[in-house]
Design a protein around this ligand. Structure first.
Ligand SMILES: Cc1cc2nc3c(=O)[nH]c(=O)nc-3n(C[C@H](O)[C@H](O)[C@H](O)COP(=O)(O)OP(=O)(O)OC[C@H]3O[C@@H](n4cnc5c(N)ncnc54)[C@H](O)[C@@H]3O)c2cc1C
Length: 598
């Protein structure tokens, strides 16, 4: 039996973006957060290094420099009106978190302590600046715990371990969504005036990734299946420092504290590529430079990795600490406890005495559900979908353009979670509840019947692993037409096989077998649009680096891509849909596109 619920607003996802929105909407409206994870398990809790805000606590800083760095870091594909909100509101949002009780690290005189991070500079690119506010390397954990406590205090309703499968949208009005209760497989229809998607990233389409197991983008795929566009899906960030072969992230905070990259010759090669910022160059560039070293045969022992060295003796010898200052082992252990522990546990190495093998790891989706600066989702270049919002990593507002700067995602989730939350509150005050169509859950029910009753011979785990390898090898840091075509053809073949997956568990209780199969279908849909959008963009910009089109081409491509599915039937991971594209102009206010040098 399907259960029905009614709220003013529903938020899909209990990560940083969802909880920040819930706090603000719930001040005036009846809100429920629906989350497939218990909220404090969301990926925001894995964020390590920090949250940027031009507080200027350590040295002079300004929000305009932060905005400039964000625009340049994003290779000028950033919408500058949104970047201005990001950089300006970051200051106030961090102070709001502080007042909620977030235990930030402190300077001796009690201010929020800050550190350097990639691409963040003083005076429009002059030198690295200390802008990242942090709680050791557990910043996201602290943000998530703090926001969750506030939500409990404010009596926000939570539906935890509810998996959202579908969006109810008709005549460009969002009316709610459909979810499956993970413990029982029971269907639930949530009827609301406003729905916010805050479901995080979808890095699980790649083999080597920093992303958690659950980051499969199901709600983003649901939006796409309902014919709404996705923006800039070709831009996926690879973070330069994943643990070799495992992809587990070692935060850029290590380089903020002075860590350097070394090649097989022991050379600090970033000095050659980025003379001003060196190891603190933005991630898209650092990942490419690592591959260039590997291709030139200077990977460690000729293999496909380089070293990150954060031994205090190396940092002090190279004077790579903040402002050239000396660092001690005690300082490193205190500033980076988790990542030092990760290296010890996962690699059996001691990073205080040994260099660490690292390799770029798929990290962050710049693209996603297009929104305006109030987090309202768009049906095309400019039309808002009434009652539908998106914020956080699943959204594309676009403050990150073609490449996100480190520490700017935590800013994004609190700034646009808050803006969206406030806007939803106002919207709920004046909007009426639009009626539901008949049987909104019927497509979800049919899909799960299909999954449970399939008589096929394919295994979801095999298809998932094939997909991850395909995307890693063909739509990774470096791209070209032949590889991307291989990825598109490959994803379509995998989709055809996906139709014949058989699962072992056909029961109703905690059927993770069925849910993971559904997630795989969502990943296949998102991987297809990622590869198709990437092949279409015949230039190199930010994280999209093409060997066959190496230059940035502002004359043709200074615009966002909007991809939507032209398909009559609803089905997860279904083959053969035509993908239509449109271009959306980039909003430029203060900074004209220039060549990116660091
Ligand atoms: C290892 C790591 C370290 C990082 N470090 C930093 C950093 O130092 N600084 C920085 O700025 N950024 C960092 N990032 C990026 C940043 O943490 C994320 O982009 C950001 O936290 C995403 O927040 P979110 O609220 O959008 O989504 P998430 O925190 O990922 O939350 C997503 C929510 O959606 C829910 N959800 C998903 N699918 C469904 C579904 N089908 N049904 C119901 N609910 C669903 C989940 O349950 C979850 O609650 C890091 C990322 C990683 C992976």
């Amino acid at each position: 039996m399907t259960q029905h619920h009614q709220f003013d607003a529903i938020i899909v996802g209990g990560g940083g973006a969802g909880l920040m929105a819930a706090l603000h909407t719930s001040k005036v409206a009846n809100v429920a957060v629906v989350s497939k994870l218990y909220p404090t398990r969301s990926h925001t809790g894995a964020a390590q290094g920090g949250i940027a805000a031009a507080l200027g606590n350590m040295e002079p800083d300004s929000w305009e420099w932060h905005m400039y760095d964000t625009v340049k870091g994003g290779d000028y594909l950033v919408d500058q009106d949104a970047a201005e909100f990001l950089a300006r509101d970051a200051i106030d949002a961090v102070l709001e978190l502080e007042h909620m009780g977030l235990p930030f690290d402190r300077t001796p005189d009690g201010k929020i302590e800050q550190r350097r991070f990639g691409g963040h500079t003083a005076n429009f690119g002059e030198k690295a600046v200390m802008r990242a506010c942090k709680a050791a390397d557990r910043t996201g954990h602290m943000i998530l715990q703090t926001l969750y406590q506030q939500c409990i205090k404010q009596k926000v309703n939570f539906f935890n371990e509810f998996f959202v499968t579908d969006l109810i949208v008709q005549d460009n009005i969002c009316r709610g969504m459909v979810a499956i209760e993970m413990a029982t497989s029971e269907l639930h229809v949530f009827h609301a005036k406003a729905v916010m998607i805050a479901s995080g990233g979808f890095g699980k389409m790649f083999q080597v990734t920093s992303n958690a197991h659950t980051l499969t983008g199901d709600p983003v795929a649901a939006v796409y299946r309902r014919g709404l566009p996705l923006e800039d899906m070709e831009f996926f960030q690879f973070h330069p420092t994943g643990i070799y072969k495992m992809g587990i992230l070692l935060s850029e905070a290590a380089r903020g504290e002075g860590a350097v990259f070394l090649n097989n010759d022991g050379e600090r090669f970033m000095e050659r590529y980025a003379p001003t910022l060196k190891d603190l160059a933005p991630r898209d560039m650092a990942s490419r430079f690592i591959y260039q070293e590997i291709r030139a045969g200077r990977g460690i022992g000729g293999k496909d990795y380089v070293h990150m060295d954060f031994r205090p003796e190396t940092i002090n010898r190279l004077k790579s600490g903040p402002g050239g200052t000396e660092v001690t082992r005690e300082h490193m252990e205190k500033s980076l406890p988790d990542i030092i522990e990760f290296v010890r546990v996962y690699m059996g190495l001691d990073p205080m005495t040994q260099p660490v093998p690292i390799q770029p790891t798929a990290h962050y989706a710049m693209g996603g559900i297009p929104t305006d600066v109030d987090a309202r989702a768009l049906a095309d270049k400019s039309t808002v979908v009434a009652g539908l919002y998106a914020a956080g990593e699943c959204a594309c507002v676009s403050v990150h353009g073609a490449n996100r700067l480190g520490t700017n995602s935590l800013v994004d989730i609190v700034v646009f979670g808050r803006r969206g939350g406030k806007h939803m509150a106002e919207f709920c005050k004046q909007a009426a509840l639009a009626p539901l169509p008949a049987d909104p859950e019927k497509d979800t029910a049919a899909e799960f019947d299909r999954i449970r009753n399939s008589k096929g011979t394919e295994r979801a785990a095999v298809i998932r692993s094939d997909l991850q390898k395909l995307m890693m090898n063909n739509v990774g840091v470096y791209r070209n037409a032949a590889d991307m075509q291989k990825a598109i053809d490959g994803v379509r073949e995998l989709k055809a096989r996906y139709a014949h997956v058989k699962i072992d568990d056909t029961g109703k209780l905690w059927n993770t077998d069925a849910l993971e199969n559904f997630e795989l279908g969502c990943l296949l849909d998102l991987a297809e649009v990622t590869a198709v959008a990437a092949l279409r963009r015949t230039e190199s910009r930010g994280a999209h680096a093409r060997e066959d089109y190496q230059a940035r081409d502002d004359a043709h491509w200074l615009n966002h891509s909007m991809a939507s599915l032209a398909r009559g039937s609803w089905g997860v991971g279904v083959t053969g849909g035509e993908i239509r594209f449109d271009n959306k102009p980039v909003t430029i206010t203060k900074f004209q596109p220039k060549e990116r040098k660091y």
